[in-house]
Design a protein around this ligand. Sequence first.
Ligand SMILES: Cc1ncc(C[n+]2csc(CCOP(=O)(O)OP(=O)(O)O)c2C)c(N)n1
Length: 627
Amino acid sequence: MTSPADLQTMSLTDLTELAGEIRELILTTVAKNGGHLAPSLGTVELTLALYSVFDFSRDRLVWDVGHQAYTHKILTGRRDTFHTLRTLGGITGFPKRAESPFDSFGVGHASTSISAALGLLIAAEIEHVNRRVIAVIGDGALTGGMAFEALNQAGQLKKNLIVVLNDNEMSIDKNVGAMSEYLSKLRLKPQYHRAKKEFEGFVRNIPFRDISEKILLAANSVHAGLTAAIFPGAIFEALGFTYLGPIDGHDIKSLKEIFSQIGVIDSPVLIHIHTTKGKGYAPAESAPEKFHGVGKFDKATGQVLKKKSPPSYTEIFSQAVIDCAARDEKIVAITAAMPSGTGLKKFGEFFPRRFFDVGIAEEHAVTLAAGMAAGGLRPVVAIYSTFMQRAYDQILHDICLQNLPVLLCLDRAGLVGEDGATHHGTFDLAYLRTIPNMNILAPKDENELRQMIFTALQRNFPVAIRYPRGAGLGVTIDAQPQKIPWGKSEAVMQNPAADVTIFAVGTMVQACVEAEKILREKKISVDVVNARFIKPFDTEAVKKSARTSKLLVTCEEGTLLGGFGSAVAEFLSDEKISTPLLRLGIPDKFIEQGTRAELLDLCGLTAQKISQRIAERLHEIIFGFLT
Ligand SMILES: Cc1ncc(C[n+]2csc(CCOP(=O)(O)OP(=O)(O)O)c2C)c(N)n1
């Protein structure tokens, strides 16, 4: 096979053989690099069938989330570079427009495919281009509000959009919600598509044409009501889609048949396919949530290769909230489809009545929490920093404007590594800091995270705590968490008559402590302060250091635009303090994938690079600008 077009003339036997080869390549590569194994193993046949019917040099294919698109990448010129998947400078784990003309829409966050596909279809029509546009969306992604908003519009516009609903009964964890229950009922009634076609075929065979037309017309006019009552798929039909399915999503022959038939339908169509997440690899089939997104593993056994490391921030968060909830019955916990990822699954086991998985619905999760807080509860909402971006207005309008006591826990804040640009949690400090009433904290280690949760849950206003992906530093965890003084920083490293004071945020405290050692060897005396609070930050400490230091430095694993450094710069300006300020953080660009260590280095946030920048700046201050 040299081009995707070759698939259109391939026999079923050859396609089946190719499916086997692709599975093997995905498995071998993900075992080595980590990645989204189970979702991609589940869509091999679907992708082959789509490419063997449609011509995607003309037509357009939009993946939802894009974590199931490895076969698509392999078929579209990236077979030879597939071994670089998710590595620095290699191919990304998600479709990306800059990477291939076949990646028609960049993706990583869920529930965007139907909106984007509809947009592409409207653009084609206005540009007079004749093309079919296909969105592939999972049952998990279908729980997101945007997907419903798009279905709602697509049904009314009556454009010939094709939506393939890839139903594997799973989000990352087991899928949730009434729609998911509805889909499971549909899976029990695979006769609908046939029954509807047989009925139409029977009527069309009536020799008197006007009678048959009348029957079909009448049937169509009561169609919505009838289908709602007796036919599955009625929800989609009521939204203006022709519903077909469910179809075995691993049966290439059936998939090709149905795709060939719908190629001529000139209205929105939803094809419901049923697949097995992790298909073809027993460990992934039996534990799809573990192999949804997985690190390196042993292909032969399915054993994940993990170095022994201290408990993760997620684990510490999980236990801290459970401990607090054991003492306070008002504490409830909410996740948006990430019970395992956020650590709240354990909370659900302890307190099933106080735990809520709302599906991929971050906006709803936040407003739900605001409602609960208005009703007297103490909600904790755990959402990855990158996905919390979805809920900006809900944080502003529903929580902060009403000053409600909701605790937002933003996991995976900062650079997340191999998932890349779509997933880095580097914007939260900037997007939260501008909202009145919001309080923002970042712990320097896992013990401080526990203290912050304990402290924040005793406050009667909105609080956000952001913490990184992965293992903690391995510090001792206090048996009894200490309350931390609100709005106060912590002096971590104090030197007599320091030339420089660094105010470091979260993960950067450790890096700056190491940078201090390097600078000390160069005879540069540095104080290191753990900022702890981004808002309200410790203005007294900044003021005091500004009086005694030649240089103030802020260091954060977040975007420089609008982050903690900006807050300090605004303060110094407002107070007419002229002490030079060096702001270290993530530059104003999207950072691609790589290991966390590689990316921190790229952004100049290693101890080595931090110390170098500080030494250079101090030199400029003391001796004037270098030429
Ligand atoms: C807005 C947003 N929230 C959460 C996620 C994390 N996430 C990635 S895939 C996924 C589950 C998707 O399930 P589904 O669409 O059924 O695809 P499957 O993995 O089952 O193939 C979730 C929750 C995300 N990518 N985007």
